[in-house]
Structure formats: C-alpha cells, structure tokens
Design a protein around this ligand. Structure first.
Ligand code: ADP
Ligand code: 3PG
Ligand code: MG
Length: 399
C-alpha cells in the first residue's frame, strides 16, 4: 500500500482537539490476567504523542466476541484500563459510551487523562457498522485516528462508519509501522517463503489461505486449523476442534497446492488429552487422532519437521499458535516454531494477538524481524485484500 492518499497525523494540529482514537486493545487474557501486553504497549506512542500535543483523547477498543450474558460480565476493558494506568496514562473508563456523559467529561479532562470507552462490542450496532452509533461518538469528538491495525479488516462502526463522519481522519504510528514491515513480504517475499498457520479462528482464516498458496513454497498447518485439514484428507480427528462445513474448502486448497507442486505439512503426531480441561496429556504418534481424545498441540516429530523448513526459509510468516499454548505443556509446539523462527536468517514476521504472546513468552522476540499486532488483519493485508479500515481513511484521490 502506498501512503500518498492518506493524511499524516504529524501534519494535523491536534492542540485542544477532541480525538476519537480507535485502538486494538484485545489482548490475550487468562483467568482475568493479561497474558501479553504487546497490543497495549504498541498503542502507547500514538496515545503519548496526542497527549503531548494537547489533544483530548477518547480511546476505544473491542475485546473478544461477546455473545452471552456471561461474556458481557467477563469482557470489560477494566483490566486494560488498569494496565494503561500502570503505564502512566490516567484512564477514565466510560461504561455508557452512547450516552451524554462523555460530553461533560471531555470538558473536565486533565492533561494526562484519557477517556476509554467500554468494550465497543457491548454497544448495539458496532459490528453492524451502524451510522447511528458512530453519530453518538461523533458528538463529542472532532477528528478520527485509527491505530487499531489488528481490527482494520473489520468494517465495524468504530473503524468504518466513524471514519466516514470525520473529514479529518488518519492512521496512527502503529498502523504506519505495521504497513512498512508487512510491505516487505507482501508482494515478492524472499524465497523460499514459508507460511505457518494455526490458531482457532478456522473459518475466518481458511478462506484467505488460498492466496498464500500462490506465494508460499511451503505451508505448515497446526493449531485447531490442522484438524479440518486432516479430516479433509480422511484421517480420524477424535474430538478435536473441527469445522465440518469447511472441509471442502480445505480439500480444494490441498488439491491446488498439490497441482502447483507446493508443500503442505500437517501434523504427524499430536499432544492429546481426554477432554478440554483434563490434564492427562500424552503424545499420540501417527497422523490420526485417537477416538475420545482431543488434540491440543502438535507433537515432537511434527515440531522437528516444521522447525527444519522454517530455519532454512528466505522469509516466514506465522499466524496462529500450534496448540492451546495458554495451558502448558500445550505451548511446546508454538515454542518450537518460535525458536526455529529465531534461528532463521530470512525476514521473519509473526502476526496475531495470541501468536505475538507466544513469541514474547518464548524469549526470542528480539530475534524476529517484525511482530505484528494483527492476526486476521495481517493475513488479509498480505493477501492483497483492501482492508476496510484503511480504505476508508483515504482522503485524496491520485490523478
Ligand atoms: P492469533 O490471535 O494469533 O491470530 P487465534 O486467535 O486464531 O490466533 O488462535 C489462538 C487460539 O487458538 C488460542 O486461544 C489457542 O488456545 C487456540 N488453539 C490452538 N490450537 C488449538 C487446538 N488444537 N484446539 C483448540 N484451540 C486451539
Ligand atoms: C484479533 O484479535 O485478531 C483482533 O482484535 C480482531 O478480533 P476479531 O477477529 O474478533 O474481530
Ligand atoms: Mg487471537
């Protein structure tokens, strides 16, 4: 993506200006604790710049995918507000973002304070890209800044409708940094290009794998994603996470890769458990997953095979943990991939909230060329899809 169609944040006078700042603070959490604060830390440069330049900041983010009453109890941005406070930014968490309350609060905001709107997905209309919802936020803000790289592939109200309402709109420093790094492997990644994918958002990601078939010399599949592919090849997957309606998509992908003479590696052994929450972890040899077992990580043979290809790559892009890394020992597969990436001399990129978390946990993060805060967003960007959150920021047309 070229940057000439966009406004540059540094050229906008924000002194005394009320800024709606969309961030992606959807950090991985376990038992109410933040596992990895990368997305928070990466949001700081833009927040600090705006505050130092005299702006009044209304920050906003989604967290998780709230559906049930329980989700609404558990997915507050409160722990994130606390983490920002610990980093020297005084946060006023606003639990009624679509009320009149922020209007008054804005007037009293002190120089080191920001307002943080409660989880955007608690409001009706956020995921539907509601104009009416955006109008409400627009009443108490003047300009729009999007630094939520990880959510730029979503045409949601806080990303899209809100941007449309503000003639002065731009991206923040994180988005700028992400684009510069991802551009290095977007068109012609240095060969051999190895694409490693896993994680749990199977239906989201499986649809965009195809474009990587074209670019990649090898695709290594782990995580929950692997079991839809193994099922497509006719292997038993026990009680592992499986998206039955995506089996045909997986089959077609495998056929296309074969026709192109490209490698696709799937797990040849697994870490299994009798059920989610049980702790009778054991390695099961062979591609099939035993009946009554759930595969929760790739096994040691698979780790070695994946590591070998990763180490000798010209470039690597990894999105999606190889297992349920939040629960050791199911972090072994992801740590093996992280270590191999740290030993690769090519251009290495890790993308995704959870993938970044594993990378940081591994201790090898500083050996990686770029850690992207975007999972689905970085995959779609690399695929060449126009991200709605970036498209809507365009303010100039090139003649
Ligand atoms: P990212 O945030 O890096 O884009 P995802 O959100 O797609 O990655 O996936 C991360 C989640 O995938 C983690 O919560 C992890 O527990 C889960 N996961 C990985 N492997 C499996 C598996 N075999 N079965 C179920 N969940 C899995
Ligand atoms: C992510 O974690 O990839 C982003 O925060 C986007 O979340 P979503 O897939 O729930 O829209
Ligand atoms: Mg995730």
């Amino acid at each position: 993506m070229g940057l000439m169609n966009y406004m540059d944040l540094k050229t906008i006078d924000v002194d005394g200006v009320r800024v709606f700042l969309r961030l992606d603070l959807n950090v991985p959490m376990k038992d109410g604790k933040i596992i990895d604060a990368t997305r928070i830390d990466e949001a700081l440069p833009t927040i600090q710049y705006l505050l130092e330049s005299g702006a009044k900041v209304v920050a906003a983010s989604h967290r998780g995918r709230p559906r049930t009453e329980e989700d609404f109890q558990n997915l507050s941005l409160e722990p994130i507000a606390e983490a920002l406070n610990e980093r020297g930014i005084e946060v006023l968490l606003m639990d009624k973002p679509d009320s009149d309350a922020p209007l008054d609060l804005m007037k009293k905001l002190k120089p080191n304070q920001i307002i943080l709107l409660e989880n955007l997905r608690f409001s009706n209309g956020e995921t539907e890209n509601s104009q009416a919802l955006a109008q409400k936020w627009s009443r108490y803000t003047d300009i729009f800044v999007n630094d939520a790289f990880g959510a730029c592939h979503r045409a949601h109200a806080s990303i899209h409708a809100m941007a449309q309402l503000k003639p002065i709109r731009c991206f923040g420093f994180l988005v700028e940094k992400e684009i510069a790094a991802l551009n290095k492997i977007a068109d012609k990644p240095p060969a051999p290009f190895v694409f490693v994918t896993g994680g749990s958002k199977v239906s989201d990601k499986i649809a965009i794998l195809d474009s990587f078939a074209e670019k990649s010399d090898a695709v290594l599949i782990g995580g929950a994603m692997a079991y839809t592919f193994l099922a497509a090849q006719g292997f038993a997957v026990g009680n592992s996470k499986l998206e039955k309606d995506k089996i045909s998509v997986a089959k077609k992908f495998l056929q296309r890769m074969e026709a192109r003479g490209k490698k696709v590696l799937l797990p040849v052994d697994h870490m299994v458990v009798s059920g989610i929450g049980a702790d009778d972890f054991r390695v099961s040899d062979g591609t099939s997953v035993p009946a009554d077992s759930v595969a929760v990580d790739i096994g040691p043979k698979t780790q070695r095979a994946y590591a070998e290809l990763i180490k000798s790559a010209g470039s690597v892009f990894w999105n999606g943990p190889m297992g349920m890394y939040e629960t050791p020992p199911c972090d072994q597969g992801s740590l093996a991939v992280a270590e191999a990436m740290s030993q690769c001399e090519g251009f290495t990129v890790v993308g995704g909230g959870d993938s970044a978390a594993v990378m940081v946990q591994s201790g090898w993060a500083d050996k990686i060329s770029h850690i992207s805060t975007g999972g689905g967003a970085s995959m779609e960007y690399l695929q060449g899809v126009a991200l709605p959150g970036l498209e809507v920021l365009k303010v100039r047309t090139v003649v």
